[in-house]
Design a protein around this ligand. Structure first.
Ligand code: 1CP
Length: 360
């Protein structure tokens, strides 16, 4: 009997995977080459994605249609031959489930008509299981993606890290300075902690359900980590990342804190298996600060993929050489939507040709 289609949680069922390179590196097991995938691989770089997207008026309806979300999840595996799929969704479904509605404005990004300003706003939020169960469409998309993948590669689940989600809930959108969100930490630290705890409780319940629906590895995106001073990152971000990692012992976890080169020692002590790196961080700098026990993920500059084929291959090989073993090849941030598909393919193929036995 096939275990791939089991309704049991992936970790409990044994989950037969034909390509488990990603999980092996996360667990610290030896491999011949690093696994490769790209942040934001399910998106506009793929013609198939653009065709699928054109069936929907808006992004949110797309995300809330599990059949379409599952198709978008699997497209990069078919087209690019990457070693992992990441569930097609967005980090902003969490604030929405907590009661803060958002709009996704075409070519601009998210906007929250109402934002968090005062205690009553935080008190009114839904949190924990009650919020997580409203994300049933993500769990359904995960289950469908697992069926379509049929064990070809692992499926990555994800959520925004609490500080980054707070930043959107307080700012109402992306921001140049994040001064409203940062102001809250100085002016009303107790309120900020209260909000961060509610986001954390929701994120834990949400990620536990993602694992039950089949996610093999979880990634936390702390996209605005680099906006905080080091002391604030230690007070307002790390303890919540710690809670989330502790609550999910059964699957490997990746923490990607963009811009947080200053927090690498703290991140290295989290009970997670993988640390994601942006392209500003030299591999040796990260390794020296996170210790030997973590896998490192990243960190090619996404703009490299606009270069000619030889340059892309050379830069990719140089990155692989610098990281050595215990590395998951990726970009230092999400792939930009106008990146030429050929450039993406050269990157993936270059990693797949690597062989530690020959090169090192
Ligand atoms: O109209 C469209 O097609 C919308 C474009 C789009 C897409 C395809 C957005 C808007 N989000 C997504 C999907 C998405 N978002 C994924 C899919 C899975 C994959 O990686 O292939 C993931 C993992 C995310 C995560 C996400 N959303 C992050 C964290 C990663 C990062 O980029 O730092 C963040 C910050 C968001 C918010 C968001 N969603 C969309 C945009 C344009 C933004 C950023 C806005 C801003 O700069 O503030």
């Amino acid at each position: 009997m096939s275990k791939v289609f089991s309704a049991q949680p992936a970790a409990a069922s044994g989950d037969i995977l034909h390509n488990d390179l990603l999980l092996r590196v996360a667990r610290g097991e030896p491999t011949d080459r690093p696994p490769v995938w790209l942040m934001r691989q399910a998106g506009r770089i793929l013609p198939q994605y653009r065709a699928l997207r054109s069936n929907f008026q808006d992004f949110k309806t797309f995300v809330k249609t599990p059949e379409a979300a599952a198709e978008a999840t699997v497209q990069p595996v078919d087209e690019l031959g990457v070693d992992a799929a990441i569930i097609f969704s967005d980090i902003l479904v969490v604030p929405e489930a907590m009661g803060l509605n958002y709009e996704m404005i075409e070519a601009k990004g998210p906007r929250f008509p109402e934002v968090i300003e005062k205690k009553a706003d935080v008190d009114a939020l839904i949190s924990g299981e009650n919020a997580a169960e409203r994300l049933y469409y993500v769990f359904e998309a995960l289950r469908l993606s697992k069926q379509i993948l049929a064990g070809r590669v692992p499926l990555i689940g994800f959520a925004g890290a609490p500080w980054t989600i707070l930043a959107y809930m307080v700012e109402g959108s992306g921001s140049k300075t994040f001064s409203r969100a940062r102001r809250l930490l100085y002016a009303e630290p107790a309120l900020a902690h209260n909000l961060l705890q509610k986001i954390t409780d929701t994120t834990i319940a949400y990620l536990q359900r993602q694992v039950a629906a089949g996610a093999n590895l979880l990634q936390l995106f702390d996209s605005w980590a680099g906006e905080l001073p080091p002391a604030h990152y230690r007070t307002f971000a790390v303890p919540y990342l710690q809670q989330i990692c502790e609550a999910l012992p059964d699957v490997p976890k990746t923490v990607f804190a963009k811009g947080a080169w200053f927090a690498l020692e703290d991140l290295g002590e989290l009970p997670c298996e993988v640390i994601g790196l942006d392209w500003n961080i030299p591999p040796a700098f990260a390794r020296a600060r996170t210790g030997e026990s973590k896998a490192l993920q990243g960190n090619l500059d996404p703009c490299t993929l606009y270069a000619d084929e030889k340059t892309i291959a050379d830069e990719t090989n140089e990155m692989l050489r610098q990281f050595g073993r215990r590395h998951i090849a990726n970009l230092g941030h999400g792939v930009y939507p106008d990146t030429p598909l050929e450039g993406v393919k050269v990157f993936v193929e270059t990693v797949k040709k690597w062989n530690y036995g020959k090169q090192v």
